[in-house]
Design a protein around this ligand. Sequence first.
Ligand code: ADP
Ligand code: ASP
Ligand code: MG
Length: 406
Amino acid sequence: MSLYVHKYGGTSVGTSEKIQNIAQKLAHEKNKTGYDLVVVVSAMRGETDRMTKLARGIQAAPSAKQMDVLLSTGEQVTISLLCMALEALGQKAVSYTGSQVKIITDDSHGKARIEDIETAKIKADLDDGRIVVVAGFQGVTADGIITTLGRGGSDTTAVALAAALKADECRIYTDVDGVYTTDPRVEPKARRLDKITFEEMLEMASLGSKILQIRSVEFAGKYNVPLRVLSTFIEGDGTLITYEDDDMEKALISGIAFNRDEAKVTLSGVQDMPGIASAILKPISAANIEIDMIVQNIAEDKTTDFTFTVHRNDYDKTMKILQNIRAQLGAQKVLGDDKIVKVSIVGVGMRSHAGIAGQMFTALADEGINIQMISTSEIKISVVVDEKYLELAVRTLHESFGLSQE
Ligand code: ADP
Ligand code: ASP
Ligand code: MG
């Protein structure tokens, strides 16, 4: 028997009417095909943000554990409403929270990792002809404590369920009809891709494209889950995320990602000697701050400027730590800028072509965009630029690499 996992995001379940429309589509598919259907839903649009604000109104930094208890309620609302809508159409349906299924996670509250999923109950319900509706984004520790998987985590719930149930396909239904060459909200000329490789999708997600949570792509690649992104509202085949094959579009660059959540800090005039980088970064990692790009440069006087980027939310904390260690390291100044963004080009075609970086930097220079930092890997090149250039940089690169729609 064929089994499909569907996932509907916040915008897709944003109103009662939208939930009823999804129920109608599911009922139609079930009646027509008889396929087994497992449906993962997000909280209604805006709910997770609304609850986060509520919590911050009470405590500036609420505990991650209590935040998980709070935020997991968003998805519980949606599973019940969708089941009601299905039942109103005469369908047999059942709803489960993450802890009812037993989506077992570790105890990293706010960013928990799925370790195991119990499938026996779900399988019995499917055999019984029920549509199974599961709350996304949440799990439970082996000790029964509620956890959440991080923003966008319902994608990961869907892929993990698809892997555990060996589904024929995991279908991520959202408010765009597939994965585009870049976010269509920033570049209206962006094109939908029929296919993209796991590797490229993983880079795009890691570099800021919020269309799929990074872990969902990791999971799908690791467990070989056929994954497709498609629209809740428009018919179409969407975008298949798959392994590299010969009939993939032979583009040099598949997409452009960007991340607005970046900030840059510099410790200037530090001594150029062994142990300095580690002395700077140790207190940063001890404070649980993740570092992204790092650049170190030696000046003629044998001192160096040490620059790195962090998440914008960690900017103030990072600046304070650097100010504290500045004197002790004999550094001159602490400089910072939280008005920067990272723009990246991604494509497996880069592996076999020279000159891509040159083309990227020339295109940006022609628009007068100053590049502040650069980092490269086999299939991506990222630059840090002033945030005021974000849209211009994305559109310029989109055009330069021939990604725009005719
Ligand atoms: P959902 O609520 O369904 O999970 P998200 O808001 O998480 O939806 O993801 C869909 C959004 O991702 C789109 O509305 C779009 O603005 C954004 N997005 C970013 N990069 C891309 C891309 N390369 N292709 C398509 N959409 C993208
Ligand atoms: N509701 C959660 C969020 O807004 C999870 C999700 O939608 O995937 O991030
Ligand atoms: Mg999402």
